[in-house]
Design a protein around this ligand. Structure first.
Ligand SMILES: Cc1cc2nc3c(=O)[nH]c(=O)nc-3n(C[C@H](O)[C@H](O)[C@H](O)COP(=O)(O)OP(=O)(O)OC[C@H]3O[C@@H](n4cnc5c(N)ncnc54)[C@H](O)[C@@H]3O)c2cc1C
Length: 416
């Protein structure tokens, strides 16, 4: 089959790879000049499965409402939050119960564990080097945070995913560079969770897919999708040139832009566009820098070492951003990095990025067929798209190829 993939972020790239492996003729349509130049560029590097969790959790509604006026909050509605986004917010609030948290966490972990296993296979098969290593430490500043994650740990036990609950001293022993002065009541070490550089991976996958005859149309934006009895017709724009191109099937993997196609393909789900932020600084003192990736649970922020740099990423903002809200978000990230690793890097010279991503109320990506024939979606990966990409790409490729997917797909398609 001739299959088009819209978007060359990490999700589009893994989709193209597995489609080509299944013998399809694949064209990747990308509006930018290269792969992984949008959300996939800003990633914090974390790979699943244990830490993966949706935003919706008990206590989150209260936290967001109580911090409405606190501009320093790392999870926040921007002042421009629009009425149209209320339907998403209402649906999200329904996902914040303890029961829903466990259901949604299980779905993310199912996808994440599958993805992690496939990623390791691809890494070894093609001899890739994307700075992949294992071990993630989740830190709790307060006992309240520590208690909240107990139910989530039961999901890990049920799924056979290993973790170790650590006290403060054990956290410092595991990561000696952690600042002793910052409040810390304990942590959870997740030895199977990993980190890796999503951009390096995407670029290496580009070379491999080119060898598999995947064609890349860079600087080409898809503006319209029409499903018909022969497949799909895409309206592609390159500068002033517009072309209608026919394919047998299409996969929408256009990241934050994917919702532009919802009306055309009959998807009626509440979806929100969030901004997340990252700041990347060069390491100045090796011995004061982290060796494993850190999640600051309260701040919902990740600190990762990427070769000779440290990246701190997080801060979720719903509603249109402004120069002022962006600057506050980056300042927060610099402060959080300083809290944990004060002498590791010159954070004031950090390179900053903001990027948008889509999130469904349950925080679980949308992967599968749509009600339009030959139109498939692989989107709304929110803050977990790097960890999900490999599993999600293989699932879509198998569905298009009439191969039974390796894992149970309950709750990750349109029916949820
Ligand atoms: C600050 C930050 C930190 C993060 N940290 C992590 C992490 O630690 N672990 C993790 O798993 N995830 C993380 N994520 C999330 C992860 O980065 C995303 O979920 C993932 O990169 C999404 O990949 P994607 O391919 O769907 O989207 P993108 O990377 O945004 O790619 C979509 C592509 O589609 C293209 N496109 C859009 N519209 C069109 C069109 N009409 N025609 C042609 N091309 C189009 C875009 O140009 C883009 O290249 C983080 C995200 C951010 C912002």
């Amino acid at each position: 089959m001739r299959v088009a993939v819209i978007g060359a972020g990490v999700v589009g790239m893994t989709t193209a790879y597995f489609l080509a492996q299944n013998g399809h003729q694949v064209s990747v349509i990308e509006q930018r000049g290269n792969v992984s130049e949008e959300a996939s560029l800003a990633h914090a590097g974390l790979l699943g499965p244990a830490h993966l969790a949706p935003l919706g959790a008990p206590g989150m509604v209260k936290r967001i409402l109580s911090q409405w006026l606190n501009s320093n909050s790392t999870v926040k509605l921007n002042p421009s939050f629009r009425l149209a986004q209320w339907s998403w917010l209402r649906a999200w609030m329904r996902e914040c119960s303890a029961e829903k948290l466990l259901i949604n966490k299980e779905k993310l972990q199912r996808l994440g564990a599958y993805g992690q296993h496939l990623l390791t296979d691809i890494e070894h098969l093609h001899n890739l080097d994307f700075q992949h290593r294992n071990g993630v430490l989740q830190l709790f500043r307060t006992t309240k945070e520590q208690q909240k994650i107990r139910a989530g740990l039961a999901v890990l036990t049920d799924a056979g995913i290993p973790f170790q609950v650590l006290d403060t001293a054990a956290c410092h022993q595991l990561e000696p560079a952690l600042n002793q002065q910052t409040a810390l009541v304990g942590g959870v070490y997740m030895p199977q969770d990993g980190q890796g550089n999503c951009v390096l991976f995407s670029k290496q996958l580009k070379l491999i897919t080119q060898q598999l005859d995947v064609k890349f149309e860079f600087a080409s934006a898809c503006e319209q999708i029409q499903s018909n009895k022969n497949g799909v017709t895409l309206l592609l724009k390159q500068g002033d040139l517009a072309n209608h191109v026919q394919f047998d099937a299409v996969v929408i993997a256009a990241g934050a832009n994917s919702s532009l196609f919802f009306k055309q393909i009959g998807i009626d789900l509440p979806v929100a566009q969030f901004q997340s932020y990252s700041a990347t600084a060069s390491i100045k003192n090796n011995e004061d820098s982290p060796n494993i990736s850190i999640i600051d649970e309260y701040e919902q922020t990740v600190i990762t070492r990427m070769d000779k740099r440290i990246r701190v990423a997080g801060t979720l903002r719903l509603g249109k951003n402004s120069k002022k809200t962006d600057e506050i978000a980056w300042q927060n990230l610099r402060q959080i990095a300083t809290d944990w690793f004060p002498n590791a890097a010159n954070y004031h010279t950090a390179q900053t990025l903001t990027s948008e991503h889509l999130m469904l109320p349950d925080g679980v990506p949308l992967i599968g067929p749509t009600c339009k024939a030959n139109v498939f979606v692989n989107l709304a990966h929110a803050e977990n798209g790097w960890a999900m990409a490999t599993g999600a790409g293989k699932i879509i490729a198998d569905l298009i190829s009439d191969i039974k997917p390796d894992i149970n797909l309950d709750g990750i398609g349109l029916l949820r």
